[in-house]
Design a binder for this molecule. Structure first.
Ligand code: PMP
Length: 385
């Protein structure tokens, strides 16, 4: 067995969802909406299954979806992508990340990772033989500083993995932070793997800025997107990698031996969906902003210190600032059993020296689910506060 994988524990998302089922708790842990996604996009997939091809799709992804991804990013982010040479459709963003890291990292290469980090990155970097160099971000702003980057970038750095909007911090990095990171990437000739799956889930009028749009960055950015996130269809697991042609060609070779190709019906439906008018994307943001506000307001009323959520399906609470003297993991284990609500300890997103008082909650739920979650968290506050 490969000790890297045999030594890994089941993810905290599986663990908490399992406990939620066992204790019949409200699940605000794992990040998925409890709605079913847009009817018209699902109807396109159904129609494609019944009347379209159900055989292997092209290895790089269907031409229609690649063209739609390029159009979508031109329209919303000002990117110029050649759909034939710069886009690879993958089995979710997860496979896009795997193919990219395995294709771009060679043994001994140093890879910069920002903690807290999405759990997929580190095992893949290690499997590729990369040497992780961590930058630890601190609540409530989770800012990246020049001193942080000076401490980890050097001539052995080959890749930086950058996630904005950020899961779990729910922060959206603005132009000043992107400029700082871009300066280091250019200075040390580093490729940026930009996990931008939350690019359409933004609040309070924010606009997504892709790192690839900064000067000199298009040729060194590998951008990851997810159809599941843009259409509230997380179960579909269709994503894409957008990269300069030379990098896309190598990433496609890794993809060839991981998934090879992706379900044609969901690709057809997403190609249709990405072309929907602005009203859909505005309503998407407005809907999740409402759910963020409902959960934040309810938790503040229950006495919790709620950190700002600028995007994503998530918001965080600060236990110490809320007068709860438990660490995040103990809180989550007790809350699911004693108060009937599942949440995710943010310490699980650190490989070393974690912050231990922050708990992540998913607000992408129906009002009734949020209200039941708020009630259960109010009970937790009474029990542990
Ligand atoms: N990256 C980040 C930051 C995520 O939050 C997620 C999903 N939670 C993914 C990647 C994976 O996306 P997909 O389901 O399309 O594989």
């Amino acid at each position: 067995m490969n000790p890297l994988f045999s030594g890994l524990q089941t993810t905290v998302f599986e663990e908490m969802s399992g406990l939620a089922r066992r204790h019949d708790a409200v699940n605000l842990g794992q990040g998925f909406p409890d709605s079913n996604g847009p009817d018209d996009v699902r109807a396109k997939a159904a129609e494609a299954i019944l009347h379209g091809s159900n055989q292997y799709a092209p290895m790089l992804g269907s031409p229609a979806l690649r063209a739609a991804v390029a159009d979508h990013y031109r329209r919303f982010q000002g990117l110029a992508l050649d759909p034939d040479a710069q886009i690879v459709v993958t089995a979710g963003a997860t496979e896009g990340l795997a193919a990219s890291i395995l294709a771009l990292v060679a043994p001994g290469d140093e890879v910069v990772l920002f903690q807290p980090m999405f759990d997929v990155y580190l095992p893949l970097v290690l499997q590729a033989g990369g040497v992780p160099r961590f930058v630890s971000l601190k609540p409530p702003e989770w800012r990246i500083t020049e001193a942080d980057l000076e401490a980890v970038f050097n001539e052995k750095t080959r890749l930086v993995v950058f996630n904005s909007p950020q899961n779990p911090a729910a922060v959206v990095y603005g132009e000043d932070q992107l400029t700082l990171l871009a300066d280091f990437c250019r200075r040390f000739d580093v490729v940026a793997l930009c996990d931008e799956v939350w690019e359409q889930i933004l609040f309070d009028g924010r606009r997504h800025i892709s790192l690839a749009t900064l000067p000199g960055m298009a040729e060194r950015c590998v951008k990851i997107g997810s159809g599941g996130k843009i259409f509230s269809l997380t179960g579909w697991k269709v994503g894409w990698v957008c990269a300069p042609p030379a990098l896309a060609a190598v990433i496609a070779k890794a993809h060839q031996f991981i998934a090879f190709a992706v379900n044609p019906a969901t690709q057809a439906a997403l190609a249709y969906g990405l072309g929907k008018d602005d009203a859909y994307f505005d309503a998407l943001k407005a809907g999740y902003q409402r759910s963020r506000d409902r959960l934040s307001d309810g938790l503040r009323d229950a006495g919790y210190a709620v950190l700002p959520s600028q995007g994503t399906y998530f918001l965080n609470i600060d236990l110490a600032a809320s007068g709860v003297a438990l660490d995040d993991r103990s809180f989550c284990l007790r809350a699911v059993k004693e108060a009937g609500v599942a949440a995710i300890p943010v310490s699980a997103f650190y490989a070393e020296a974690p912050v231990t008082a922050i708990v992540r909650l998913c607000h992408a739920k129906k009002d009734a689910t949020l209200d039941a979650g708020i009630e259960a968290l109010a009970k937790a506050k009474r029990l542990f506060g």
